[in-house]
Ligand binder design. Structure first.
Ligand code: PLP
Length: 228
């Protein structure tokens, strides 16, 4: 019961956040299922969840084995280059491309498997030392360099805000990524289609939506606190 009630509440919160800033475009709810028990995930799927996110390749594959074509899968965690082959082509989006070397590894493998992999560029807006991602000031040249790589397609940007950020910080971080997103969009690079702006988790998704996010990645607000 709790999962369904949580999801109803989140959808209401998303709609209210959109209304506050006059948005009518869709915001996708990505359910983050890391460390979540199967029966809770099943409940969320019964409710209507069709996209889930995981941050480990092995866990992602367990979910894919069980739910197959029923769901869309998003990889949201740090991806090691030697693990690219475990998920490439099976996930709709890799949200966490934060280095040229990883982009190259994805491109190489996608070429080898004769497929195209859609990715988001992870941006470390607040320059936290513990987080992956490229800095905002390097974003332009990063996107430009990826254009050279075949079989990898940039579809948007992703960021994670620092855990301790207050509301003013969050608005600055999310707002500046939204601006970068719009700036790249108007450049009309042939191989880049800026569709997804992945920002916002349990504690900050409403602010992220007010600042322009169109995918929120939510775990504990749906399934309860994680016990690692
Ligand atoms: C775990 C995780 C989330 C979801 O976090 P919650 O606070 O449980 O909503 C979102 N994005 C990434 C990258 C994560 O690793």
């Amino acid at each position: 019961m709790a999962v369904r009630k949580n999801l109803d509440q989140i959808v209401e919160n998303i709609e209210n956040a959109k209304k506050r800033v006059g948005r009518t475009d869709p915001v996708e709810l990505l359910a983050v299922t890391k460390f979540v028990d199967w029966d809770l995930i099943d409940q969320s799927i019964d409710w209507g969840i069709r996209s889930i996110g995981e941050n480990k390749t092995q866990d992602m594959n367990k979910r894919i084995d069980r739910y197959k074509d029923l769901l869309e899968y998003h990889f949201i965690g740090n991806l090691q280059r030697n693990k690219v082959k475990e998920i490439i082509g099976k996930v709709k989006l890799i949200h966490s491309v934060g280095s040229q070397r990883l982009a190259k590894a994805i491109s190489d493998r996608a070429l080898y498997e004769d497929l195209t992999q859609d990715v988001l560029i992870q941006v470390n807006v607040s320059k936290e030392e513990t987080k992956n991602g490229i800095y905002l000031e390097d974003l332009d040249s990063f996107v430009y360099n990826i254009l050279e790589y075949p079989n990898i397609r940039v579809r948007g940007l992703m960021t994670m805000a620092p855990y301790q950020a207050d509301e003013a910080d969050l608005r600055k971080i999310f707002g500046s990524l939204y601006k970068a997103f719009e700036d790249i969009k108007v450049k009309n690079y042939k191989e880049v289609s800026m569709s997804y702006l992945s920002m916002g988790m349990t504690q900050d998704y409403e602010i992220a939506i007010e600042e322009g996010s169109n995918i929120v990645r939510i775990g504990s607000a749906i399934y309860g606190d994680r016990t690692y």
